[in-house]
Design a protein around this ligand. Structure first.
Ligand code: HEM
Length: 416
């Protein structure tokens, strides 16, 4: 083992550590990362760190929060925000991280879709990722209820009501979920338990599963080239670093991840200190009141697209009630991303720019989701409802078209 002497350059410093530390002896033989990836591949680590920020800031909030309908609002808005030293900081860190983590999750998901990273041996990475997305959605929803403001209460009312649309068991299910006939104290305490205990535990387990599923197929690359990791690693170790197509996970790859992470953290803390309001709905600064319904009820921005799919069906079609149509479409919207690896019928892993029809499909999907998000926040009146309807139908059509679009690309390439 080489002896560490004073390094003359950063490169030499890395080389020394690469060749000497015990950690590297493990890391280098085990973990190699393709070289041909960009900053989008750092989003996973950004997510892991943002989740840690949520856990730590949440633990501080937990010391003063009171899960009781008579105390919850004041414990957040007076005790934490005004009386506890730096309580405001932890609340803003928690609220901003909760919002930003969804932005990063969406970027991470759409990177996966663009580069076809859910295919051929990577299905389990995708499925564990989607399970994380669903659990995070439940975590976001349950957390939004805790300050017990007007939007907390009414969003909980609307969302729990949806389960009433399930045939036969619907009405009983709503009462079971709420623990009461209405959204009430029992609802708050059980969502509190879910938010601070069961869901974070599930998320930690799922992150473990997500990382485990990544181990064998390795991450995808920008060109989706199949790599012989052993041969490339040999090349790297024998000094051919430039021509090798892999880099060691530690410290080379992680140093790149940390660079992206640092930029993210600057952006994040800028939001925490100067623009925290974007993550707080003004209506939620009024205490929950079951006698006063807010003029417009809407969820957090990251649920708006699926909320608009639900709301888009605002008239009965062929004798089927608008509510039932919306509910079915909402069910599809929440499950369909899970099915992407099976709906994509192109046998090759390729980035979207090498699959012309899929590329168009990808950008149409993205635009449709943005339209749904924008109109999900607007009051459902006049032209808004009509655009919402078209965008909701388009969402379903886009996914129904995926098998045909991907098959057509494969045919044109002669792959099938
Ligand atoms: C807290 C949530 C999550 C964490 C901490 C996380 C973490 C990671 C990490 C560290 C990687 C490897 C590096 C990278 O490509 O970024 C990764 C890859 C991946 N993740 Fe996630 N992820 C999360 C959520 C998701 C979600 C919601 C999806 C979408 C369904 C997803 C799908 C994928 C896919 C397909 C890959 C493989 C990328 C490739 O092969 O290039 N992940 N994830």
């Amino acid at each position: 083992m080489a002896k560490i002497t004073k390094a003359n350059s950063v490169g030499e410093w890395f080389d020394q550590r690469l060749n000497t530390t015990a950690l590297n002896k493990v890391m280098m033989t085990e973990y190699w990362i393709p070289k041909d990836i960009n900053f989008l591949w750092a989003m996973g680590v950004v997510l892991a760190v943002t989740f840690k920020i949520l856990v730590i800031s949440g633990i501080f909030l937990l010391m003063y929060y009171k899960p009781d309908v008579n105390l919850a609002f004041d414990s957040v808005n007076y005790t934490i925000m005004q009386e506890v030293a730096y309580g405001w900081l932890f609340r803003h860190m928690h609220g901003v991280a909760a919002s930003v983590i969804f932005l990063i999750i969406y970027i991470h998901m759409f990177t996966g879709i663009y580069y076809g990273s859910y295919k051929k041996g990577r299905e389990m990475i995708w499925i564990s990722g989607m399970l994380l997305f669903m659990t995070f959605s439940a975590e976001g929803f349950s957390g939004y209820m805790l300050p017990w403001g007007q939007m907390s209460y009414w969003a909980a009312m609307v969302i729990t009501n949806l389960f009433g649309g399930i045939p036969v068991i619907g009405d009983a299910l709503v009462i079971w979920i709420r623990g009461d006939f209405n959204v009430a104290d029992a609802t708050l305490t059980r969502f509190f338990m879910l938010h601070v205990f069961l869901l974070p535990l599930a998320i930690m387990g799922l992150i473990g599963l997500h990382f485990y599923t990544l181990r064998i197929p390795h991450v995808n690359t920008q060109t989706s080239e199949e790599l012989d990791f052993d041969a490339e690693a040999e090349k790297y170790l024998s000094g051919n670093k430039k021509s090798a197509k892999v880099i060691p996970f530690w410290p080379v790859f992680l140093s790149k991840d940390f660079a992206v992470l640092s930029i993210f953290l600057i952006f994040y803390f800028y939001l925490v200190f100067f623009h925290f309001n974007f993550a707080m709905d003004p209506v939620n600064f009024d205490p929950a009141d079951n006698m006063v319904t807010p003029a417009h009820i809407y969820p957090e921005w990251y649920f708006l697209w699926s909320y608009e799919v639900l709301r888009g069906f605002y008239f009965d079609i062929l004798g089927i009630k608008a509510f039932d149509l919306g509910l079915m479409a909402f069910g599809v919207a929440n499950g369909i991303f899970l099915a992407i690896p099976f709906l994509d019928r192109d046998p090759d892993i390729l980035p979207a720019y090498k699959r012309p029809r899929f590329n168009i499909w990808f950008w149409i999907l993205l635009v449709d989701l943005i339209v749904l998000t924008v109109f999900g926040k607007l009051p459902p009146e006049g032209i808004n409802s009509q655009i919402g309807f078209v965008a909701a139908v388009a969402f379903l059509v886009i996914f129904a078209a995926l098998p045909f679009v991907t098959r057509a690309d494969a045919k044109a390439r002669g792959a099938v």
